[in-house]
Design a protein around this ligand. Structure first.
Ligand code: HEC
Ligand code: HEC
Length: 791
């Protein structure tokens, strides 16, 4: 019987001890924490001048561990708890606090609390231990400098990368594929670096160039073309959840967002060192600048933070979610970590305690975000001037004065009309005057000066944040010093820092001791070259992500990136000059059984073109692509904005420029992008889904834009050559980078013939029939697998 009671007793204690639901935390925060701070911390806190009795009371763990005489509390059992004995003053040798006994009600509270199981959310030491324990995960280990593996087939490798790939293939009894033929290779590399097909002349030149460095020169040429940044910048914009609108339900436009977009494209074209690129986006406004233009660009760079999503029509009410979006995007895009999982509770899988989330939160909460305008406050605010503020004012003042005058006039006339209406008098004249005034206003707005400002962040009121219990801003816990993730070094702000801490954060993110930043970006570059990363969860390097298929190769690339001064272009070359990259994509049934996902890279992965590349390639072969870089979108003047959640902003601005320059709304996707799996600008996108849907086939068959491009393509063929066979050859060269085979010529001719005959009943002009038949032929090429896929 005694044994049984003991068992029950223990069970009860354990149950009580594990209570940590919010009621308990509430009780602790309201009753216990203030008591401990006021009456005990003078002598029992890690921050005390001198710690007495070896006891600190700053966290639950410390209480459980206790001081010189052992545990201070036994959760659930006040009678057994030393702390309770001490405050009761029952034992003359231990009376706490020493000078004045606590009030009887205070002692009761402590007893009650211990009885409840001593709920206490202060987990810093506990989570620090958890951080230490969990930090053994591969991704948190320093980047190693692996030796280059030896391989049996020493002739295949042309770069060290190949040794890493081949060693694994050989270990699994596999051999690499043949080298891709030159035409395939050129098409692959041209799409890969620029998102466009090669011209027929480029194909011929490469096929005929037998010099040993022919391929390297192709890579250099493509890396130097402005189309490179338009392709690779787009990948970054996916990660930065770039959009031209704010994202609340009225989706207000952000007319300045394009400046950040162009900054990203320019940064890739200029091969801006990647660490610098990050520092500018986190804290460009706080970095020294070499020139006024440099300063301008660095401010624009912080659009990365400023473009965080907005969730409420009210400017401030959901700001904590905008900060969550910032932290989430930063964690995923730069570190491959899902930091926002630590907003409401310690991360359940990765060593990221809630403290770390609010350590970062404090930094962004000390930062001032721009405001795009919303249903309740329709004009933008807090944009950052790119020229001295005084100059902006001089530019804006005359216009604003006139606008103010006319707005006053309008409200006077509105009042007048209403008074007249009440007296049942004729209001026609009043109506006309009001209409005239509104027209004057519209004319005036059309002359509004476009001010040189950026949708960027600036410094706000610097302060640490307090933990928001269960992620609720109304339920505040302890204050957390602004600091970096403990699993990556845990650096905190110097005492002398008076700013937000973004400047330090920018350094911590790119510190040589942080292994994640380099690993994550080399994996992304690899991912876009090969169709998937060495780590196949490119934005999750944590415990729930997939481990790398080639860990040593990943570290080798990360090492090389840092050694090259963080040059992304050098990394492209390093990868593309390997034999692994230059393999054919030919399938092999036996190999497919051993490694169906091609994780070991026994062949190149066939890839579908992404949304932008499909559209750009169509415009390119039809001769309609406008290569000029995109600038601002033609939004209506902000002085006319009146969008609401029931009448949100929505627009499509047509252009023949590259797709990266199309206006991208957060809430309402561009219909073309929606059909072809473009990135969702609502959150950081690391991998686009590749769907194959009937909708896409219908789009290629019926959409007016495809018909238009096919017609242009046909017109191009008709104007370029008089013979039908010649035109078919040109069409194949432009669309596929190769000549048509004899049977394709026959089929093409038959198709044209057949199509013209079908048209003869309703189209009488032979010229028109010819144009329509060729447009139909062109459409068939544009919708073909060979056009849409890269081998
Ligand atoms: C002015 C300093 C001072 C304050 C305030 C104070 N203590 Fe102490 N405490 C001590 C000293 C000194 C000791 C070492 C034992 C002794 O000399 O009595 C001690 C020891 C203890 C111990 C025993 C530790 C061990 O393991 O030996 C407990 C439990 C304790 N204090 C609880 C508290 C609590 C609870 C409060 C607040 C309600 C508190 N003390 C406030 C000075 C203080
Ligand atoms: C808005 C607040 C919030 C966010 C953000 C959040 N959680 Fe939770 N989560 C909760 C609450 C509340 C519970 C239930 C109480 C608990 O276990 O702490 C919970 C429970 C869990 C549990 C089950 C707990 C257990 O021990 O069995 C897991 C697993 C979990 N969350 C994972 C995640 C992951 C992964 C993320 C990020 C993708 C995340 N959570 C983000 C609020 C949140």
């Amino acid at each position: 019987m005694a044994a049984l009671i003991a068992v029950f007793g223990t069970a009860a204690t354990v149950r009580a001890a594990s209570i940590d639901h919010s009621d308990g935390f509430e009780f602790f925060e309201n009753k216990i924490r203030p008591l401990l701070v006021e009456r005990c911390f003078e002598c029992h806190s890690t921050s005390s001048k001198k710690i007495k009795g070896g006891l600190t009371l700053d966290s639950r763990d410390q209480l459980l561990k206790g001081g010189d005489s052992g545990p201070a509390i036994v959760p659930g059992a006040p009678e057994k708890s030393l702390l309770i004995k001490a405050v009761r003053y029952g034992n003359k040798d231990l009376q706490m606090p020493p000078k004045h006994q606590l009030a009887a009600t205070e002692i009761t509270l402590l007893e009650q609390w211990v009885k409840m199981g001593a709920p206490d959310p202060r987990t810093n030491t506990a989570s620090m231990q958890a951080v230490k324990a969990a930090s053994t995960h591969w991704a948190f280990q320093p980047v190693s400098d692996p030796c280059i593996p030896t391989v049996r087939n020493a002739r295949w490798p042309s770069r060290p990368i190949d040794n890493f790939i081949l060693a694994k293939l050989e270990a699994n009894g596999l051999r690499p594929n043949f080298a891709a033929d030159r035409r395939t290779l050129l098409r692959r590399v041209t799409f890969d670096l620029t998102g466009l097909p090669p011209t027929p002349e480029e194909v011929t030149a490469f096929i005929n160039d037998s010099s040993p460095d022919a391929f390297e020169r192709v890579i250099d040429r493509l890396l130097a073309s402005p189309q490179y940044g338009e392709r690779w910048g787009r990948y970054w914009l996916d990660l930065a959840r770039y959009a031209d609108t704010a994202g609340d339900s009225a989706d207000y436009p952000i007319p300045q967002a394009y400046k950040y977009r162009n900054y990203v494209i320019d940064a890739f074209n200029a091969d801006k060192p990647y660490d610098e690129f990050i520092r500018e986006q986190i804290a460009g406004d706080l970095l020294p600048a070499k020139s006024p233009e440099d300063r301008r660009q660095k401010i624009i760079a912080t659009g990365y933070i400023a473009l965080a999503r907005r969730f409420s029509v009210d400017p401030q009410s959901a700001h904590h979610l905008t900060l969550e979006d910032t932290i989430d995007t930063m964690g995923k895009s730069l570190l491959g970590l899902s930091l926002s999982c630590a907003r409401c509770h310690d991360h359940k899988y990765d060593p990221i305690p809630t403290q770390d989330y609010y350590g970062l939160y404090g930094i962004f909460n000390s930062t001032r975000y721009p405001f795009a305008g919303s249903e309740t406050k329709k004009r933008p605010a807090d944009l950052v001037p790119l020229i001295p503020a005084a100059e902006l004012e001089i530019l804006a003042k005359p216009f604003q004065d006139r606008l103010k005058a006319i707005d006053e006039e309008i409200s006077r006339l509105e009042g007048e009309r209403e008074t007249l209406a009440q007296e049942m008098l004729s209001t026609r004249e009043a109506r006309e005057r009001l209409a005239a005034a509104n027209e004057t206003r519209d004319d005036l707005i059309a002359t509004a000066p476009v001010l040189d400002v950026a949708f960027a962040v600036s410094e706000g009121k610097a302060d640490n944040a307090r933990v928001q219990r269960r992620g609720e801003p109304g339920s505040l816990g302890e204050e957390v010093p602004r600091h970096f993730l403990q699993c990556l070094g845990g650096q905190s702000l110097p005492k002398t820092e008076t700013g937000s801490g973004r400047l330090e954060l920018a350094q911590w993110l790119t510190s040589p001791t942080n292994p994640l930043t380099a690993r994550v970006i080399v994996n992304r570059v690899w991912q876009h070259h090969f169709g998937k990363g060495l780590v196949q969860t490119p934005s999750d390097f944590g415990a729930r992500g997939r481990p790398p298929t080639h860990p040593e190769l990943l570290d080798y690339l990360a090492q090389r990136l840092v050694q090259s001064g963080w040059s992304i272009k050098a990394l492209h070359k390093l990868i593309m000059l390997s034999s692994a990259y230059q393999q054919a994509s030919l399938d092999d049934r036996d190999y497919g059984k051993i490694d169906p996902a091609n994780d070991l890279l026994w062949r190149f992965n066939r890839q579908r073109l992404d949304a932008e590349a499909i559209r750009d390639a169509m415009l390119f072969v039809s001769g309609q692509l406008d290569f000029t870089p995109g600038e601002a979108h033609p939004f209506r003047s902000e002085y006319s904005w009146d969008f609401t959640q029931h009448s949100p902003f929505t627009a499509i601005y047509e252009t023949n420029k590259r797709s990266v320059y199309l206006m991208q709304q957060r809430i309402k996707k561009h219909p073309y992008f929606a059909t072809f799996d473009a990135a969702d600008p609502n959150s950081s996108t690391s991998e686009r889904s590749i769907s194959t849907t009937p909708l896409q086939a219908l789009f290629m068959m019926n959409d007016t834009s495809v018909h238009e491009q096919a017609a242009h393509f046909a017109a191009r063929l008709l104007s370029q050559c008089r013979s039908e066979v010649g035109r078919i050859q040109i069409a194949y060269a432009l669309a596929f980078g190769r000549s048509a085979r004899p049977e394709e010529l026959r089929e093409g001719l038959a198709y044209l013939q057949h199509h013209s005959e079908k048209l003869s009943a309703r189209v009488h002009s032979p010229q028109e029939r010819k144009e329509l038949a060729w447009a139909s032929f062109a459409r068939a090429l544009l919708a073909s697998d060979e056009f849409l896929y890269i081998d």
